[in-house]
Design a protein around this ligand. Structure first.
Ligand SMILES: *[C@@H]1O[C@H](CO)[C@@H](O)[C@H](O)[C@H]1NC(C)=O
Ligand SMILES: *[C@@H]1O[C@H](CO)[C@@H](O)[C@H](O)[C@H]1NC(C)=O
Ligand SMILES: *[C@@H]1O[C@H](CO)[C@@H](O)[C@H](O)[C@H]1NC(C)=O
Ligand SMILES: *[C@@H]1O[C@H](CO)[C@@H](O)[C@H](O)[C@H]1NC(C)=O
Ligand SMILES: *[C@@H]1O[C@H](CO)[C@@H](O)[C@H](O)[C@H]1NC(C)=O
Ligand SMILES: *[C@@H]1O[C@H](CO)[C@@H](O)[C@H](O)[C@H]1NC(C)=O
Length: 453
């Protein structure tokens, strides 16, 4: 009989794991920090010591994509908002896919491209108008290289796309945007069997009175008079508000994915409900809830693919203290708190010391440039050039005939390109990291008529 019991136990465990995997729990891997471990170490850590199955990135950094090679983790990469107008040009989108996606596709499990983040919050009309055409072009480009079945295209939205959200049944998209942008996007998502992605944060939606409701502490109930449904937690309310808004436009068949959610563990004194216990309760209950198969009152009996924000505490994020403390892990990869995603205590790796150099101290008015490290590998530098020039920055000066073409050596061209990137995307150390091949200097690298920005 012992074998029967163990077979039963095995089956039970098997189905449990399947259910959890079916819900695909992932993390947002943000890198607005100067003390994080190198990406290959992070990739190994996630793949070997956690039960996480997906990773969401905020860019398409080739060094990070390379780091996840061979791990099976599904990678959601992002195209920054700034690039969206350029992607309305199909040739550019094809070029981008060739340079950014194709080099990695054999070894890194790229499953989704996210075009822009919270685009409606920018209130930039031209960006908003360009979003769906850009998504369409990326999809067309993927189709051209037969990757459209493997890589889905979507975009992530904040809940401010809704004009009303309580009670959940009254959820609707903001007027104007609903028909101009959301509806064409939903049509695109349906046609390509993609998903609608929302950043849903009960943390930002609650106050002192609704804290327990936000934290899944089941002593608060909210009744929706229109539907007669009872809500036990705020996340369900937020998801059902999105569902109701989609229903108004006739799109209930598109899967909703939680692209970001989380809770900070440390905050300023004025920030209520911010402590380790709350953060752990929220994220642990969240995992249990989205993988349970219970669903929400309006979307019963289903799981939700969910990406916790965030993998690490990120010390360079601006704003209140809580912004820098959403991480599940400290930069040395020790857990801030435990929500049961570690495979087993015994397998925990030794904490590592970051090899990333400390943040360059505030230089006041002193200007900074980004150049290759002296020992940087030429092949890596060529990859830096290809990457930067695929990001819509002007690389004409280092092309034949350009003012910085001579001397025609990779290191010089890389210096120009890497610095363009550093100046365009913000003078932060992580924008000059380039897989540890770049370094910041306060000496102007310009020479002759080749002027560095
Ligand atoms: C890639 O990720 C998807 C989604 O998690 C998964 O279903 C698939 O098995 C992965 N592929 C490989 C080759 O690991
Ligand atoms: C990745 O997935 C493939 C196919 O599903 C499997 O053969 C391989 O062992 C997996 N690799 C790892 C590191 O899990
Ligand atoms: C809108 O975004 C584009 C692309 O980032 C930018 O060039 C433009 O200046 C922005 N417009 C406004 C009004 O901010
Ligand atoms: C479209 O993109 C291609 C490739 O990057 C570029 O050569 C071309 O000039 C762009 N066209 C327009 C109208 O911007
Ligand atoms: C759509 O994608 C889901 C997985 O995300 C898959 O199960 C389903 O078969 C796909 N449908 C079509 C028509 O491709
Ligand atoms: C959800 O599952 C419950 C219990 O299995 C079942 O009674 C109910 O009919 C299901 N609801 C839907 C909409 O499938």
């Amino acid at each position: 009989m012992a074998t029967t019991i163990s077979a039963f136990t095995f089956l039970f465990a098997f189905f449990f794991i399947q259910a959890v995997h079916g819900a695909a729990i992932g993390v947002n891997y943000g890198r607005l920090a100067n003390n994080l471990p190198p990406p290959p170490q992070v990739a190994r850590f996630l793949a070997q010591t956690t039960t996480i199955t997906g990773v969401k990135l905020f860019d398409a950094d080739p060094f990070v994509l390379q780091a996840f090679a061979g791990t099976n983790l599904s990678i959601n990469l992002a195209i920054p908002n700034e690039l969206i107008p350029k992607l309305t040009n199909l040739s550019f989108a094809q070029h981008w896919v060739h340079v950014t996606i194709l080099p990695h596709i054999q070894v890194t499990n790229i499953t989704r491209i996210l075009v822009g983040n919270e685009i409606l919050s920018t209130a930039n009309k031209s960006l908003i108008r360009s979003l769906v055409p850009a998504m369409q072009n990326i999809h067309t480009a993927l189709t051209g290289v037969e990757l459209h079945h493997r890589i889905k295209v979507s975009s992530t939205h904040s809940l401010s796309i809704l004009s009303t959200s309580t009670p959940p049944s009254t959820g609707q998209f903001r007027k104007g945007y609903d028909t101009q942008m959301i509806k064409p996007m939903l049509s695109f998502l349906r046609a390509t069997n993609s998903t609608f992605m929302v950043n849903a944060y009960p943390f930002f939606g609650c106050n002192a009175d609704t804290l327990d409701y936000a934290l899944f502490r089941g002593n608060t109930r909210v009744f929706d008079e229109n539907t007669g449904l009872v809500y036990m937690n705020m996340l369900d309310g937020q998801l059902d508000a999105v569902y109701s808004a989609m229903k108004l436009l006739g799109f209930t068949d598109i899967e909703i994915v939680i692209s970001e959610t989380g809770w900070p563990s440390v905050g300023d004194e004025s920030e209520a409900g911010v402590d380790i216990e709350s953060a752990r309760d929220y994220n642990a209950m969240l995992l249990q809830h989205v993988t349970s198969g219970v669903g929400t009152p309006l979307m019963p009996n289903r799981t939700f693919e969910t990406y916790i924000f965030s993998l690490f505490n990120e010390d360079l994020k601006p704003g209140p203290r809580s912004e820098r403390n959403f991480g599940l892990f400290h930069p040395d990869m020790t857990p801030v708190y435990d929500i049961g995603i570690l495979r087993s205590e015994g397998e925990l790796p030794m904490p590592v010391r970051s090899t990333v150099p400390p943040e360059v101290p505030d230089q006041g008015q002193m200007k900074q440039w980004c150049i290759p490290k002296l020992n940087a590998d030429i092949k890596a530098l060529q990859e830096n050039i290809d990457f930067v020039c695929s990001q819509g920055l002007d690389c004409n000066p280092i092309l034949p005939g350009g003012i910085c073409f001579s001397p025609d050596i990779t290191r010089a061209h890389a210096a120009y390109a890497m610095n363009e990137y550093f100046q365009a995307f913000g003078r932060n150390s992580y924008n000059c990291d380039f897989g540890q091949t770049g370094e910041i200097t306060t000496t102007d690298p310009s020479y002759g008529s080749c002027k560095f920005n």
